[in-house]
Design a protein around this ligand. Structure first.
Ligand SMILES: Cc1cc2nc3c(=O)[nH]c(=O)nc-3n(C[C@H](O)[C@H](O)[C@H](O)COP(=O)(O)OP(=O)(O)OC[C@H]3O[C@@H](n4cnc5c(N)ncnc54)[C@H](O)[C@@H]3O)c2cc1C
Length: 511
């Protein structure tokens, strides 16, 4: 039987569109399928969102899978290494109010739960530093790998901070030149098909009709196909996660040789938080906040104070800052008939753990690996996709809310509302009860492809100062003692063997 799928049409040329087009085209090539065409239609008039500078280690897997040269990121996209997030002032401020959520799992995590040993020792001191050597590496601004290690290989797990616009450009070039994606620059002005039938084609403002078998909606917040055409509603979550606005700035270093930190800094503010992402030539800094709890002017004032108080930055012209609005929520369904939404069209919530691109990668991989061979199979694929993505969105919301729910901040209505049980998802409230007597562990993350492993819950929970009411009775086992010693030994070895981020990046870009 010949496959039914001939043409996959991706509408939208942002990070979501290009990553998805690359994933599908690369998978078809790997399968030896030269017949399925991938077309990407991108408006020449509507710009991409232009933010999204923090990524996850999954991006290394995605880029390797599509055959992308890692060096390009450092040479062309101003990229640096990201090893996790440092949360500051999430309990109200002070020098000690900081903790890491690193990318590496605690040492021996598959079989050993070091959190038990840490809690049994009284749960004092830096949790991440006790369970993973990555904490020491981040502290010292060191790179996650040695010079000479192959692309994508590492000593400690890493992702990238990168310039979102240049990254999308690189993906476009890779998709078109290396993977045979056909690129059309035009506006989609009409969709051929009724809301209760498959989409036959999209009509462009050039008069061209692009027919297809599967349409991937990557049109950003507009959600032209899934939202406007199929009217699949956005389920709002602003009763749980209040942030709906952001002001984004790009600020050059005062000294071009400034050290490049290894983690995103996330600093809590009275009605939101500030992201601070260090690239090679500049920092991307933005204030995410809830418009129902503060004004734009106040949010700008706080951002200006943050930037102005950092002597390692040059002055930033506030006229260049961009204000972005979003409605926090996700679609009731992501795949409807022969249309699937990926990226902002599928939903968006505040970028606290930078999960949006990771979700794009996972959606793109699911579509590429399960590209339906017959029309009738598509409905089953769609159902599975919808169930899985709904699960992921609910877990992301729960995990982001955890950062607020266990905070001790009491300095504004915003924090009091976040800490109020009434704004928590029930699943989080249940888990917080469980964690009064046990640590998060594998049983709390039952899916194989969980976005946040239970270790992430440990890092945030204990980093924020949450302690169980009933301390685990941890009879010292040989494995726990061994793992504790391993962390110390690896920390010493890595700290003496790794070089600073900027030094390694300069070697990679050849200057
Ligand atoms: C403040 C903020 C900070 C963020 N930070 C992070 C982060 O650190 N990490 C992370 O993972 N994510 C982050 N995100 C999310 C991230 O930016 C997006 O998930 C990512 O950029 C993907 O966007 P997109 O491709 O879905 O949409 P866009 O970039 O908006 O692209 C939409 C595309 O659709 C095209 N289009 C629209 N209408 C038409 C039409 N009629 N015809 C043809 N083409 C059309 C446009 O031209 C454009 O090419 C952040 C988002 C915000 C708002």
């Amino acid at each position: 039987m010949t496959d039914w799928m001939h043409t996959v049409v991706v509408v939208g040329g942002g990070t979501a569109g290009w990553l998805t087009a690359c994933a599908v085209a690369a998978e078809r090539r790997a399968a030896g399928d030269i017949r399925t065409a991938v077309v990407l239609i991108e408006s020449p008039d509507i710009p991409t969102i232009g933010v999204g500078e923090g990524t996850w280690p999954s991006l290394r897997t995605t880029l390797r899978r599509i055959g992308f040269d890692e060096g390009l990121l450092f040479r062309e996209a101003d990229a640096s290494f990201k090893q996790g997030t440092c949360f500051l002032a999430w309990n109200g401020g002070g020098d000690a109010d900081r903790y890491y959520h690193p990318f590496s799992l605690p040492t021996g995590y598959a079989t050993t739960n070091l959190a038990q040993a840490w809690l049994a020792n009284g749960g004092v001191g830096d949790f991440a530093g006790f369970v993973t050597p990555q904490s020491a590496v981040i502290d010292r601004g060191l790179a996650p790998k040695q010079a000479g290690m192959p692309d994508y290989a590492f000593a400690v797990n890493y992702a990238y901070h990168l310039d979102a616009g240049r990254f999308a450009d690189l993906l476009r070039i890779h998709a078109v030149d290396r993977l045979g994606v056909r690129h059309v620059r035009a506006n989609v002005t009409r969709i051929e098909g009724a809301p209760d039938t498959d989409i036959e084609a999209v009509i462009l403002d050039t008069g061209v009709r692009e027919a297809g078998d599967l349409f991937i909606d990557c049109t950003g917040h507009r959600a032209l196909l899934l939202g406007e055409h199929y009217r699949v509603p956005l389920l709002p979550v602003d009763d749980v996660l209040f942030n709906d606005s952001a002001i984004a700035a790009q600020v050059p270093y005062a000294d071009v040789q400034s050290p490049i930190p290894s983690a995103t800094n996330s600093t809590a503010t009275p009605a939101g938080w500030i992201w601070d992402i260090a690239l090679q030539s500049r920092r991307g800094i933005g204030h995410v906040y809830a418009s129902s709890f503060t004004s734009d002017d106040e949010a700008r004032r706080i951002l200006a104070g943050y930037i102005g108080s950092d002597p390692t930055l040059r002055d930033s012209d506030a006229a260049d800052w961009r204000t972005l609005r979003f409605q926090p929520g996700y679609r009731a369904r992501f795949w409807e008939r022969n249309c699937v939404a990926v990226g902002l069209s599928a939903g968006f919530i505040e970028p606290l753990e930078a999960s949006a691109i990771a979700l794009i990668e996972q959606s793109a991989a699911l579509i590429a690996q399960q590209l339906p061979r017959e029309r009738v199979i598509m409905d089953a694929v769609a159902k599975q996709f919808n169930d899985k993505l709904t699960y992921h969105w609910q877990r992301i919301i729960e995990f982001l809310k955890l950062h607020y729910a266990v905070s001790r901040r009491d300095d504004s209505e915003y924090w009091r509302a976040h800490r109020s049980r009434g704004s928590w998802p029930d699943s989080l409230a249940d888990k917080l009860l469980l964690w009064r007597q046990q640590t998060p562990y594998h049983r709390d993350a039952p899916m194989l492809d969980e976005l946040f492993p239970s270790a992430s819950y440990q890092y945030v929970l204990y980093g924020m100062g949450f302690r169980p009411q009933y301390m685990p009775n941890c009879a010292e086992t040989v494995e726990l003692e061994q793992a504790t010693q391993d962390v110390k030994k690896q920390s010493r070895r890595l700290v003496s063997g790794l070089i600073p981020n900027r030094s390694l990046i300069q070697e990679l870009v050849g200057r």
